[in-house]
Ligand binder design. Structure first.
Ligand code: GLU
Length: 323
Protein backbone atom coordinates (compact mmCIF):
# COMPACT_ATOMS: atom_id res chain seq x y z
CA UNK A 1 0.00 0.00 0.00
CA UNK A 2 2.67 2.34 1.10
CA UNK A 3 4.64 1.49 -1.99
CA UNK A 4 1.79 2.14 -4.40
CA UNK A 5 1.11 5.55 -2.92
CA UNK A 6 4.80 6.28 -3.19
CA UNK A 7 4.71 5.24 -6.82
CA UNK A 8 1.70 7.41 -7.59
CA UNK A 9 3.29 10.37 -5.83
CA UNK A 10 6.52 9.89 -7.75
CA UNK A 11 4.58 9.69 -11.00
CA UNK A 12 2.67 12.85 -10.15
CA UNK A 13 5.93 14.59 -9.34
CA UNK A 14 7.39 13.56 -12.68
CA UNK A 15 4.33 14.82 -14.60
CA UNK A 16 4.45 18.03 -12.59
CA UNK A 17 8.11 18.59 -13.38
CA UNK A 18 7.82 17.92 -17.09
CA UNK A 19 4.79 20.28 -17.15
CA UNK A 20 6.92 23.04 -15.65
CA UNK A 21 9.75 22.37 -18.10
CA UNK A 22 7.37 22.56 -21.06
CA UNK A 23 5.82 25.80 -19.78
CA UNK A 24 9.26 27.40 -19.55
CA UNK A 25 10.19 26.45 -23.08
CA UNK A 26 6.97 27.48 -24.83
CA UNK A 27 6.37 31.20 -25.12
CA UNK A 28 3.00 32.26 -26.45
CA UNK A 29 2.70 35.59 -28.20
CA UNK A 30 -0.28 37.37 -29.72
CA UNK A 31 0.09 39.86 -32.56
CA UNK A 32 -2.66 42.50 -32.89
CA UNK A 33 -3.74 42.98 -36.52
CA UNK A 34 -6.86 44.59 -38.05
CA UNK A 35 -10.04 43.56 -39.86
CA UNK A 36 -9.99 40.30 -41.79
CA UNK A 37 -10.20 42.02 -45.19
CA UNK A 38 -7.22 44.30 -44.49
CA UNK A 39 -3.49 43.80 -44.97
CA UNK A 40 -2.59 43.87 -41.23
CA UNK A 41 -4.33 40.55 -40.84
CA UNK A 42 -2.10 39.12 -43.60
CA UNK A 43 1.00 40.68 -41.96
CA UNK A 44 0.18 39.03 -38.63
CA UNK A 45 -0.81 35.68 -40.13
CA UNK A 46 2.30 35.62 -42.34
CA UNK A 47 4.69 36.45 -39.50
CA UNK A 48 3.07 33.86 -37.21
CA UNK A 49 3.27 31.25 -39.96
CA UNK A 50 7.02 31.81 -40.29
CA UNK A 51 7.57 31.96 -36.52
CA UNK A 52 5.60 28.78 -35.83
CA UNK A 53 7.62 26.82 -38.42
CA UNK A 54 10.69 27.39 -36.22
CA UNK A 55 8.95 26.67 -32.92
CA UNK A 56 11.11 23.60 -32.24
CA UNK A 57 14.21 25.82 -32.18
CA UNK A 58 12.99 28.87 -30.27
CA UNK A 59 9.83 27.74 -28.46
CA UNK A 60 7.79 30.77 -29.54
CA UNK A 61 4.21 30.05 -30.53
CA UNK A 62 2.38 32.86 -32.26
CA UNK A 63 -1.26 33.75 -32.98
CA UNK A 64 -2.57 36.81 -34.84
CA UNK A 65 -6.29 37.39 -34.29
CA UNK A 66 -8.31 40.01 -36.11
CA UNK A 67 -8.71 43.23 -34.04
CA UNK A 68 -10.16 46.75 -34.32
CA UNK A 69 -6.85 48.07 -35.75
CA UNK A 70 -3.93 50.33 -34.75
CA UNK A 71 -5.36 52.11 -31.71
CA UNK A 72 -6.88 48.92 -30.29
CA UNK A 73 -3.51 47.17 -30.77
CA UNK A 74 -1.57 49.95 -29.04
CA UNK A 75 -4.00 49.94 -26.11
CA UNK A 76 -3.80 46.15 -25.82
CA UNK A 77 0.02 46.27 -25.77
CA UNK A 78 -0.01 49.01 -23.16
CA UNK A 79 -2.30 46.91 -20.96
CA UNK A 80 -0.07 43.87 -21.44
CA UNK A 81 -2.85 41.97 -23.22
CA UNK A 82 -0.85 41.57 -26.47
CA UNK A 83 2.87 41.18 -27.07
CA UNK A 84 3.17 42.68 -30.54
CA UNK A 85 1.03 44.63 -32.98
CA UNK A 86 0.78 46.18 -36.42
CA UNK A 87 0.09 49.92 -36.17
CA UNK A 88 0.14 52.94 -38.46
CA UNK A 89 3.36 54.98 -38.24
CA UNK A 90 1.41 58.12 -37.23
CA UNK A 91 -0.10 56.28 -34.25
CA UNK A 92 3.24 54.72 -33.30
CA UNK A 93 4.53 58.30 -33.12
CA UNK A 94 1.59 59.62 -31.10
CA UNK A 95 1.50 56.66 -28.69
CA UNK A 96 5.22 56.95 -27.95
CA UNK A 97 5.03 60.72 -27.48
CA UNK A 98 1.65 60.88 -25.73
CA UNK A 99 0.19 63.26 -28.30
CA UNK A 100 -3.08 63.55 -30.24
CA UNK A 101 -5.39 60.62 -29.25
CA UNK A 102 -2.86 59.57 -26.61
CA UNK A 103 -2.60 62.89 -24.80
CA UNK A 104 -4.78 61.69 -21.94
CA UNK A 105 -3.03 58.31 -21.62
CA UNK A 106 0.40 60.00 -21.69
CA UNK A 107 3.56 58.76 -23.43
CA UNK A 108 3.83 54.98 -23.93
CA UNK A 109 7.53 55.10 -23.04
CA UNK A 110 7.88 51.33 -23.13
CA UNK A 111 6.83 51.18 -26.80
CA UNK A 112 9.51 49.90 -29.17
CA UNK A 113 9.68 49.74 -32.95
CA UNK A 114 10.53 46.42 -34.59
CA UNK A 115 10.33 47.27 -38.32
CA UNK A 116 8.06 49.03 -40.75
CA UNK A 117 6.09 47.25 -43.43
CA UNK A 118 4.05 48.44 -46.45
CA UNK A 119 2.82 51.97 -47.30
CA UNK A 120 -0.80 52.76 -46.45
CA UNK A 121 -2.45 55.58 -48.37
CA UNK A 122 -5.52 57.30 -46.86
CA UNK A 123 -8.09 56.06 -49.37
CA UNK A 124 -11.49 57.57 -50.01
CA UNK A 125 -13.79 55.48 -52.21
CA UNK A 126 -17.04 57.08 -53.35
CA UNK A 127 -20.05 55.73 -55.22
CA UNK A 128 -20.23 57.04 -58.79
CA UNK A 129 -23.85 58.17 -58.23
CA UNK A 130 -23.00 60.13 -55.04
CA UNK A 131 -21.87 63.30 -56.83
CA UNK A 132 -18.57 63.18 -54.92
CA UNK A 133 -15.79 64.39 -57.25
CA UNK A 134 -13.39 66.03 -54.80
CA UNK A 135 -12.54 65.43 -51.15
CA UNK A 136 -14.45 68.60 -50.12
CA UNK A 137 -17.60 67.06 -51.64
CA UNK A 138 -17.65 64.56 -48.77
CA UNK A 139 -19.25 67.20 -46.59
CA UNK A 140 -23.00 66.61 -46.29
CA UNK A 141 -22.76 63.03 -47.56
CA UNK A 142 -23.20 59.63 -45.91
CA UNK A 143 -19.69 58.57 -44.96
CA UNK A 144 -18.27 55.59 -43.10
CA UNK A 145 -15.71 57.32 -40.88
CA UNK A 146 -14.50 53.98 -39.45
CA UNK A 147 -14.70 52.09 -36.18
CA UNK A 148 -13.20 53.63 -33.05
CA UNK A 149 -10.00 51.65 -32.37
CA UNK A 150 -8.93 51.64 -35.99
CA UNK A 151 -6.03 53.69 -37.24
CA UNK A 152 -7.98 55.02 -40.19
CA UNK A 153 -10.70 56.38 -37.91
CA UNK A 154 -8.11 58.12 -35.74
CA UNK A 155 -6.45 59.57 -38.85
CA UNK A 156 -9.89 60.60 -40.18
CA UNK A 157 -10.44 62.50 -36.91
CA UNK A 158 -7.17 64.39 -37.54
CA UNK A 159 -8.23 65.09 -41.14
CA UNK A 160 -11.69 66.30 -40.09
CA UNK A 161 -10.13 68.70 -37.62
CA UNK A 162 -7.75 70.01 -40.28
CA UNK A 163 -10.69 70.47 -42.69
CA UNK A 164 -12.73 72.23 -39.99
CA UNK A 165 -15.35 69.46 -40.13
CA UNK A 166 -17.07 67.56 -37.38
CA UNK A 167 -19.10 64.36 -37.47
CA UNK A 168 -22.24 66.57 -37.70
CA UNK A 169 -21.13 67.86 -41.10
CA UNK A 170 -22.06 64.51 -42.65
CA UNK A 171 -25.63 63.48 -43.46
CA UNK A 172 -24.63 60.20 -41.84
CA UNK A 173 -21.36 59.21 -40.18
CA UNK A 174 -21.31 55.44 -39.73
CA UNK A 175 -18.69 53.60 -37.70
CA UNK A 176 -18.62 50.25 -39.46
CA UNK A 177 -15.56 47.99 -39.21
CA UNK A 178 -13.30 47.85 -42.26
CA UNK A 179 -14.58 44.38 -43.19
CA UNK A 180 -18.17 45.68 -43.39
CA UNK A 181 -17.72 48.85 -45.34
CA UNK A 182 -17.40 47.52 -48.90
CA UNK A 183 -20.80 45.86 -48.43
CA UNK A 184 -22.32 49.08 -47.06
CA UNK A 185 -21.08 51.00 -50.11
CA UNK A 186 -22.45 48.34 -52.46
CA UNK A 187 -25.82 48.34 -50.67
CA UNK A 188 -26.00 52.14 -51.01
CA UNK A 189 -26.11 52.61 -47.25
CA UNK A 190 -23.23 55.08 -47.50
CA UNK A 191 -21.88 57.35 -50.27
CA UNK A 192 -18.23 56.93 -49.38
CA UNK A 193 -15.90 54.81 -47.29
CA UNK A 194 -12.45 55.54 -45.90
CA UNK A 195 -9.74 52.92 -45.54
CA UNK A 196 -6.09 53.60 -44.72
CA UNK A 197 -4.70 50.36 -46.09
CA UNK A 198 -2.03 48.86 -48.35
CA UNK A 199 -2.62 48.21 -52.07
CA UNK A 200 -3.82 46.20 -53.81
CA UNK A 201 -6.58 45.58 -51.30
CA UNK A 202 -9.30 42.95 -51.52
CA UNK A 203 -12.05 45.01 -49.94
CA UNK A 204 -11.42 48.03 -52.19
CA UNK A 205 -11.47 45.61 -55.12
CA UNK A 206 -14.79 44.28 -53.84
CA UNK A 207 -16.20 47.79 -53.40
CA UNK A 208 -15.21 48.86 -56.90
CA UNK A 209 -16.28 45.71 -58.73
CA UNK A 210 -19.65 45.12 -57.11
CA UNK A 211 -20.71 48.73 -57.60
CA UNK A 212 -19.69 51.77 -59.69
CA UNK A 213 -17.29 53.59 -57.41
CA UNK A 214 -13.96 55.38 -57.62
CA UNK A 215 -11.05 56.59 -55.53
CA UNK A 216 -11.00 60.32 -54.74
CA UNK A 217 -7.83 62.42 -54.47
CA UNK A 218 -7.14 63.91 -51.03
CA UNK A 219 -4.87 66.88 -51.71
CA UNK A 220 -6.60 70.02 -50.45
CA UNK A 221 -4.61 72.94 -49.00
CA UNK A 222 -5.41 71.71 -45.50
CA UNK A 223 -3.95 68.29 -46.32
CA UNK A 224 -0.88 69.91 -47.90
CA UNK A 225 -0.29 71.76 -44.61
CA UNK A 226 -0.65 68.50 -42.66
CA UNK A 227 1.87 66.66 -44.85
CA UNK A 228 4.35 69.58 -44.65
CA UNK A 229 4.09 69.81 -40.85
CA UNK A 230 4.15 66.17 -39.78
CA UNK A 231 7.15 63.86 -40.18
CA UNK A 232 4.98 60.71 -40.28
CA UNK A 233 2.87 61.71 -43.32
CA UNK A 234 4.01 61.50 -46.94
CA UNK A 235 2.36 61.94 -50.33
CA UNK A 236 1.12 58.76 -51.93
CA UNK A 237 -0.07 57.87 -55.42
CA UNK A 238 -2.52 55.10 -56.16
CA UNK A 239 -1.82 54.13 -59.76
CA UNK A 240 -4.64 54.49 -62.27
CA UNK A 241 -5.95 51.15 -63.45
CA UNK A 242 -5.41 49.35 -60.15
CA UNK A 243 -9.15 49.41 -59.42
CA UNK A 244 -12.11 49.35 -61.78
CA UNK A 245 -13.53 52.87 -62.25
CA UNK A 246 -10.28 54.67 -61.35
CA UNK A 247 -8.24 55.04 -64.55
CA UNK A 248 -6.19 58.09 -63.54
CA UNK A 249 -3.56 58.23 -60.79
CA UNK A 250 -5.01 59.32 -57.45
CA UNK A 251 -3.04 61.62 -55.13
CA UNK A 252 -3.46 61.33 -51.41
CA UNK A 253 -1.32 61.27 -48.30
CA UNK A 254 -0.28 58.18 -46.43
CA UNK A 255 1.54 56.50 -43.60
CA UNK A 256 3.44 53.24 -43.19
CA UNK A 257 2.26 50.10 -41.49
CA UNK A 258 4.74 49.35 -38.70
CA UNK A 259 5.39 46.46 -36.38
CA UNK A 260 5.90 47.27 -32.69
CA UNK A 261 6.21 45.65 -29.24
CA UNK A 262 6.65 46.83 -25.66
CA UNK A 263 10.24 46.78 -24.34
CA UNK A 264 9.04 44.37 -21.64
CA UNK A 265 8.55 41.58 -24.20
CA UNK A 266 11.56 39.25 -23.93
CA UNK A 267 14.43 40.18 -26.28
CA UNK A 268 14.79 36.52 -27.29
CA UNK A 269 11.16 36.39 -28.38
CA UNK A 270 11.49 39.50 -30.56
CA UNK A 271 14.80 38.17 -31.91
CA UNK A 272 13.06 34.92 -32.90
CA UNK A 273 10.23 36.81 -34.64
CA UNK A 274 12.55 39.17 -36.51
CA UNK A 275 14.83 36.30 -37.60
CA UNK A 276 11.83 34.31 -38.84
CA UNK A 277 10.90 37.23 -41.13
CA UNK A 278 14.35 38.19 -42.42
CA UNK A 279 15.70 34.64 -42.77
CA UNK A 280 12.66 33.89 -44.97
CA UNK A 281 12.35 37.30 -46.53
CA UNK A 282 11.48 36.24 -50.10
CA UNK A 283 8.83 33.90 -48.81
CA UNK A 284 7.42 36.69 -46.58
CA UNK A 285 7.33 39.14 -49.50
CA UNK A 286 5.46 36.60 -51.59
CA UNK A 287 2.59 36.42 -49.10
CA UNK A 288 0.85 39.66 -50.19
CA UNK A 289 1.37 41.92 -53.25
CA UNK A 290 1.54 44.94 -50.89
CA UNK A 291 4.88 43.50 -49.65
CA UNK A 292 6.48 43.65 -53.14
CA UNK A 293 8.08 47.03 -52.44
CA UNK A 294 9.70 46.00 -49.15
CA UNK A 295 13.44 46.03 -48.61
CA UNK A 296 15.40 45.51 -45.42
CA UNK A 297 17.04 48.93 -45.29
CA UNK A 298 13.80 50.91 -45.53
CA UNK A 299 12.04 48.60 -43.10
CA UNK A 300 14.47 49.34 -40.28
CA UNK A 301 14.67 53.10 -40.86
CA UNK A 302 11.44 54.51 -42.35
CA UNK A 303 8.40 55.18 -40.20
CA UNK A 304 10.24 54.42 -36.98
CA UNK A 305 9.55 56.97 -34.20
CA UNK A 306 10.10 54.83 -31.10
CA UNK A 307 13.53 53.31 -30.26
CA UNK A 308 14.20 49.87 -31.78
CA UNK A 309 13.35 46.90 -29.57
CA UNK A 310 16.59 45.44 -28.21
CA UNK A 311 15.77 41.96 -29.55
CA UNK A 312 15.35 43.42 -33.05
CA UNK A 313 18.44 45.63 -32.75
CA UNK A 314 20.50 42.57 -31.80
CA UNK A 315 19.48 40.82 -35.02
CA UNK A 316 20.09 43.94 -37.17
CA UNK A 317 23.56 44.37 -35.62
CA UNK A 318 24.41 40.74 -36.33
CA UNK A 319 23.45 41.28 -39.96
CA UNK A 320 25.59 44.43 -40.07
CA UNK A 321 22.56 46.62 -40.85
CA UNK A 322 23.07 48.94 -37.88
CA UNK A 323 26.04 49.85 -35.66
N1 GLU B 1 -4.55 51.03 -41.12
C1 GLU B 1 -5.67 50.33 -40.54
C2 GLU B 1 -5.72 50.56 -39.05
O1 GLU B 1 -4.76 50.94 -38.46
C3 GLU B 1 -5.69 48.85 -40.79
C4 GLU B 1 -5.40 48.45 -42.19
C5 GLU B 1 -5.42 46.96 -42.41
O2 GLU B 1 -6.22 46.28 -41.76
O3 GLU B 1 -4.62 46.50 -43.23
O4 GLU B 1 -6.70 50.34 -38.40
Amino acid sequence: MQKIIGGVAAFALLVGLSGVAAAQEEKFITIGTGGQTGVYYVVGQSICGLVNRGQAQHGVRCTAPSTGGSIANLNAMREGAMEMGVVQSDWQYHAYNGTSQFEEAGPFEDLRAVFSVHPEPFNVIARADSGIETFEDLRGKRVNVGNPGSGQRATMDVVMEAMGWSIDDFALASELQSAEQAGALGDNNVDAIIFTVGHPNGSIQEATTTTDAKLISVDTDEIKALVEDRPYYAWATVPGGMYRGTDEDVTTFGVLATFVAPASVDDDVIYAVVSAVFENFDRFKGLHPAFDVLNEEDMITNGISAPLHEGAARYYRERGWIE
